[in-house]
Design a protein around this ligand. Structure first.
Ligand SMILES: [Zn+2]
Ligand SMILES: [Zn+2]
Length: 338
């Protein structure tokens, strides 16, 4: 089968590799039919992350189930499923507490499309092995456009959790989304609106994303004086200065969800944060428990993830499309199971 590999810095290619087989009675084989680029992917290809090639790319997709092991009960051949980015067992102490990113049954950081905890394949590949099918896969309801939830594996659900959790405990929340990565900021705007924010302001110097954020329901913040104005800040930026501004923008009792991935140590205004009693959360998103809710939000039209994924290509066009700046891209493949 063919797998999309980052072979070296800036080198992306389809490579012929052995087709994976079922690893156990609890595993499944799936065929991605709509794979989205994560906001991290272009940087992974460019070689500007701690994760070095060669490795298989891709950790967001909807797939069709090809084959399941004897003990799998929740999905069967032909089902359309969302495949979470994180490999996790669903049964260990951490998984049961909703912390799949800390799963103790697999190597630390085990995931698709990032070579941080071993090599598990990438979700642009023709066939992917899912070691814990019942714990990981989320069957999709009939009638849902699979392209619209391709990103539920990571970015879309990350945006939902980052916005909705702090909004849930703050009445009439004033929200600031600090944009900067390809899709997360705009998705966070949509999710803040869906979560019932009283207002959503968007801060970004990029015109393309500002337009998308406005169409998603945000007021575009010119950014002159932000300090202590917001109950919730979602920092979807890689810029340490933008994160710093977001932290200063928190009102007393506020919360900042930091979902842009910063590789350096940013400056954190801790004393002011202490005095205002604000919190900062950071960490890869435990998506699996939240994917059903996200699927429901997409199905009911409460968010429109395709707004940030204007480029839809086939596999031949993928290597070109995935290195383009600005927007997310979705790679599609025909179904086999009908
Ligand atoms: Zn990602
Ligand atoms: Zn586990």
């Amino acid at each position: 089968m063919k797998e999309l590999m980052v072979q070296g810095t800036g080198q992306l290619a389809w490579v012929e590799v052995p087709t994976p087989r079922l690893a156990s009675a609890r595993s499944a084989l799936v065929r991605p039919i709509a794979s989205a680029s994560c906001d991290l992917d272009r940087r992974l290809i460019a070689g500007v992350t701690p994760f070095k090639p060669p490795f298989a790319l891709g950790h967001e997709c909807v797939a069709e189930v090809l084959e399941v092991g004897a003990e799998v009960t929740t999905v069967r051949r032909g089902d359309l499923v969302s495949v979470p980015w994180k490999i996790a067992c669903g049964e260990c102490r951490q998984c049961l507490a909703g912390r799949a990113t800390a799963c103790t049954a697999v190597p630390r950081h085990a995931a698709y499309g990032v070579p941080a905890g071993g090599h598990w394949g990438g979700l642009f590949a023709e066939v992917v092995m899912v070691p814990f099918a019942d714990a990981m896969l989320v069957p999709l309801p009939p009638g849902l456009n699979p392209l619209a939830v391709a990103s539920a594996s990571d970015n879309l659900t990350d945006a939902w959790v980052a916005a909705s959790q702090p909004i849930a405990t703050r009445e009439d929340a004033r929200v600031l989304v600090v944009g900067g990565t390809e899709s997360l900021g705009v998705l966070a705007v949509q999710m803040a609106v869906a979560a019932g924010a009283a207002s959503v302001d968007y801060l970004d110097d990029n015109d393309f994303r500002r337009d998308l954020a406005q169409r998603s329901g945000a007021h575009i913040e010119p950014g002159a004086e932000l300090n202590e104005r917001y109950d919730v800040v979602v920092a979807a930026t890689r810029d340490p200065h933008a994160l710093h501004r977001g932290l200063l923008a928190l009102a007393p009792g506020g919360h900042c969800s930091c979902i842009g991935i910063l590789f350096e140590d940013p400056k954190i205004p801790l004393f002011g944060m202490y005095m205002r009693g604000v919190t900062l959360s950071v960490g890869a998103c435990n998506v699996r428990p939240h994917i059903p809710k996200v699927v429901e939000l997409v199905g009911s039209g409460q968010c429109d993830p395709l707004l940030v994924s204007p480029t839809i290509v086939n596999c031949e066009e993928a290597t070109e499309a995935l290195v383009q700046p600005l927007a997310k891209c979705i790679v599609v493949r025909e179904r086999m199971t009908g």
